[in-house]
Design a protein around this ligand. Structure first.
Ligand SMILES: Cc1ncc(COP(=O)(O)O)c(C=O)c1O
Length: 447
């Protein structure tokens, strides 16, 4: 096996990406354009939880990933050295301010924003969406329309449903396509009209794993004069976000899904944020994004947030990316995607071969670029709850239920109590883990 400089400069063996694939980030020969190899052993060594209890398999990643040592150290270092409130003359306050300022710069870098003034950091995606949603609704007239989708997590549906009720707005829902699992531009075009003021749409589904054509959907909505609010919570661990390329107005994601702590970020186009009437204390900070941050920030978690992005930067640089931070992020995500493509192929082939299981998401091996490695299945013999519990006994962490992908579960006609069994990989999962999980599931699914 070859070796490369590890994330912390150590020499580690490389695992070569396996079989050929047709995903666009791979050459026709199956060789990765971004990276021939993924330093899996080195990556895994960065995550203490993976070593904590040997044999545990973390496939609960769509609900939250594990964190690298860099994040753990940054949070505890903040408690030790920089634990003060903001705005003082003394050392801990100055350090806390720098921690918060850096988190906003890192967030801007992460999503390709024009600058940290376009960022709000808050407790969760849901919390930020409620705050911004209410502000947007205040600017609308009764009868104006908001479009939501049946592919979205409730975090990007309920807040719009409730402001629509409060402000006399009309809510229109578009369905994902039964074959592609995506929101097709045609479905959006059918509902757009001069009263459409906002499209709320997910980048990737937390149930089916399907990725939406967000740039295309955004372009259509913008032609109709609507704002576009993108939920990138499930895309963020798997691909490089570029808000400029997407053309949207808002984008939200949560660090605990991309190797960070329980804290979230919102990006908003500066002039759009500035024009919104935020609910805020009269004397609080007035940066466009900062207007949607309420109370004392979770400073220690913001330190961890920055470190999660540092982790991806280091991964990119260890793969030989140029020093420029966006290049390093692009390299880290490119290598992850190429690696995850192999896991996806293994998952799709394995899950679809197990008798009695139905995969509830895209299964096209030629279009792996249209999904993230989140897989949901139902069984005609065993409940989803039963499968998750049986996997847990074997040390395999997986979720059951609708996982707040309430609208998808409704469209699929699932049992709303039992939902699906969801298995979601991250770039630290190995092919061996996937194979063990598939074997266990085959056994469990016999009933
Ligand atoms: C796609 C998606 N959107 C939104 C959320 C809600 O995120 P938060 O817990 O940060 O509010 C989740 C959480 O699982 C999610 O998967």
């Amino acid at each position: 096996m070859a070796s490369c400089e590890g994330i912390y400069g150590c020499q580690v063996p490389l695992r070569t990406i396996g079989s050929a694939a047709q995903a666009p980030w791979l050459e026709p020969s199956g060789r990765s354009l971004m990276s021939q190899s993924f330093p899996l052993d080195d990556v895994r060594a960065r995550f203490p939880a993976l070593a904590e209890e040997a044999g545990r398999i973390f496939l609960d990643n769509p609900a939250g990933t594990q964190v690298p040592d860099l994040v753990i150290d940054a949070v505890s270092d903040c408690f030790r050295r920089a634990f003060g409130n903001l705005g003082g003359y003394f050392a801990t306050s100055r350090l806390a301010e720098e921690t918060v300022a850096r988190a906003h710069r890192q967030a801007a870098l992460f999503c390709g924003a024009a600058g940290p003034q376009e960022i709000a950091i808050g407790a969760s995606m849901t919390e930020l969406t409620y705050a911004v949603g209410r502000a947007i609704a205040r600017r609308l007239e009764p009868g104006d329309e908001i479009v939501v989708t049946s592919m979205d997590h409730e975090g990007n549906v309920s807040p719009w449903l409730q402001v629509a009720e409060d402000y006399g707005l009309t809510l229109r829902k578009i369905r994902f396509d039964d074959r592609s699992w995506r929101i097709e531009p045609g479905a959006l075009a059918e509902v757009l009209n001069t009263r459409t003021k906002l499209l709320a749409v997910t980048y990737a589904s937390n149930l089916s794993g399907a990725i939406n054509p967000v740039a295309e959907l955004t372009a259509l909505a913008k032609q109709a004069g609507a704002l576009v609010y993108v939920d990138a919570v499930q895309f963020a661990p798997h691909g490089l976000i570029d808000v400029a390329a997407l053309g949207c107005d808002f984008l939200v994601c949560s660090a605990y899904k991309f190797f960070g702590p329980h804290i979230s970020m919102l990006w908003g186009r500066e002039e759009v944020l500035q024009a919104l009437p935020a609910d805020r204390l009269r004397c609080a900070a007035a940066a466009p994004g900062g207007r949607f941050e309420r109370g004392t920030p979770q400073i220690e978690l913001q330190a961890g947030f920055s470190a999660a992005i540092d982790y991806m930067l280091r991964l990119g640089r260890s793969l030989g990316a140029e020093a420029a931070p966006r290049n390093a992020l692009a390299a880290a995500f490119g290598a992850s995607q190429a690696y995850e493509a192999d896991l996806m192929r293994q998952m799709i082939e394995g899950l679809t071969a197990i008798p009695g299981l139905t995969l509830r998401g895209p299964a096209d091996l030629q279009r792996l670029d249209r999904r993230v490695p989140t897989f949901s299945v139902t069984s005609d013999r065993v409940s989803s709850r039963g499968m998750a519990a049986a996997l847990a006994v074997r040390g395999i962490h997986a979720w059951s239920g609708h996982n707040y992908a309430y609208e998808i579960a409704l469209q699929l006609g699932l049992d709303m109590d039992d939902g699906v069994l969801r298995l979601g990989a991250a770039h630290y999962n190995s092919a061996e883990e996937i194979a063990r999980t598939l074997n266990a599931l085959e056994d469990i699914a016999r009933g």
